[in-house]
Design a protein around this ligand. Structure first.
Ligand code: PLP
Length: 363
């Protein structure tokens, strides 16, 4: 199949915009007349330093990151932040609030238990993470050093449609699977992090946006590589950063700007997901997994009445060039990840084949 015949619904690593890949291909061997590939450049070279600074500035502009916050380009995936957050933001014996609304939030809370007293402020585990708690349901610990949540639950297909109100307690948010898909008031957050491979760049880069005043209080045992302050002091270059991924993020941010920025992304993501949810509402075969009011526009989860039919549908979808619609192994069913790079036609095609499948497999 050719690239235009395929729609990639992968939850991550996920689709990148075709024009970005084409630009990267054109510059791969000889970056803008330098005679070098970006992959071969010293991270201390003038050429790479320009790429690095530009990318950081573009990200600051795209998200409206205030000067009070530092942008870091780290490694270790979003998962390393599960440890870095408690090591840097809490001291022994401190408490931290965690909203457990999905698999990754649950892992983060478990990891934090090694370092501090975890208060589960809310959990939807009993109903298989099908919903997001309302503000009134959050049981906040007034002594918590921070409030942790995951704004978009990649596996279960739920998303917070509000920013929790926690008074003076800083918000820490895992935005891996929705960053750059909608405007966000960064000033309300103490720390935001995101693995790049969902909505930003290839796997290997983790973006951290941290309020400067929160850094510099890490525990003495914190590894150098895991200290926010050290990375702020060294502008993410304490060691070799993931250079090529940072360059690709820059290309993605150029593309994003041409598409109208995060506001443009938000308009498209609403329309794209609505198409699928509207069909799910009327389908007599498929049903959505997440409850109304908690549904994600980025990861749409759905299923048929049986795992066998689910498998049959996935098989048909692959034949039609729709890749990676199988749900996560812990959740089952199907999952259509509709990230920024997914064109509207992808959602249109998906609904088309769901309809076709429903006609032939109506129960
Ligand atoms: C994918 C994902 C992670 C894990 O990311 P890694 O980079 O593989 O560590 C964590 N949180 C969320 C919300 C994710 O979608």
């Amino acid at each position: 199949m050719t690239r235009v015949e395929v729609f990639n619904f992968s939850a991550g690593p996920s689709a990148l915009p075709t024009p970005v890949l084409e630009k990267a291909a054109a510059e791969l061997v000889n970056y803008r007349g330098s005679g070098l590939s970006v992959m071969e450049m010293s991270h201390r070279s003038r050429e790479f330093q320009d790429i690095f600074n530009d990318t950081k500035a573009k990200l600051r502009a795209a998200l409206g990151v205030p000067e009070s916050h530092e942008i870091l380009f780290l490694q270790g995936g979003a998962s390393l932040q599960f440890s870095m957050v408690p090591m840097n933001l809490s001291a022994e014996g401190d408490a931290a609030d965690y909203a457990v609304t999905g698999n990754f939030a649950r892992i983060a809370a478990k990891e934090a238990e090694k370092y501090c007293r975890v208060n589960v402020a809310a959990s939807s585990e009993a109903t298989l993470f099908d919903r997001i708690p309302a503000q009134e349901e959050l049981r906040l610990d007034p002594a918590a050093r921070y409030f942790y949540y995951c704004s978009n639950n990649t596996i279960y297909g739920t998303a917070w449609n509000y920013v929790p109100e926690t008074g003076d307690v800083p918000l820490v948010c895992d935005m891996s699977s929705e960053i750059l898909s909608r405007p966000v008031d960064v000033s309300r957050f103490g720390l935001i992090f995101a693995g790049a491979q969902k909505n930003m760049a290839p796997a290997g880069l983790t973006v951290v946006i941290v309020r400067r005043s929160l850094a510099g209080h890490e525990r003495p045992i914190t590894p150098l590589m895991m200290s926010y302050q050290r990375m702020i002091d060294k502008d993410s270059m304490y060691n070799t950063p993931p250079c090529y991924n940072i360059y690709l993020l820059g290309l993605v941010l150029d593309w994003l700007k041409e598409q109208g920025g995060v506001e443009g992304m938000e308009r498209v993501k609403r329309a794209r997901a609505k198409l699928v949810y509207d069909y799910l509402a009327e389908s007599r075969l498929f049903r959505p997994c997440a409850r109304e009011g908690s549904r994600s526009d980025m990861n749409v989860t759905f299923r048929t009445p049986s795992p066998e039919l689910d498998a049959e549908f996935v098989k048909l979808s692959v034949e039609r060039g729709m890749r990676n619609l199988k749900g996560h192994r812990v959740a089952g069913g199907m999952r259509a990840s509709l990230y920024n790079a997914m064109p509207m036609e992808g959602a249109v095609k998906l609904v088309e084949i769901m309809k076709e499948f429903e006609v032939t497999h109506h129960v």
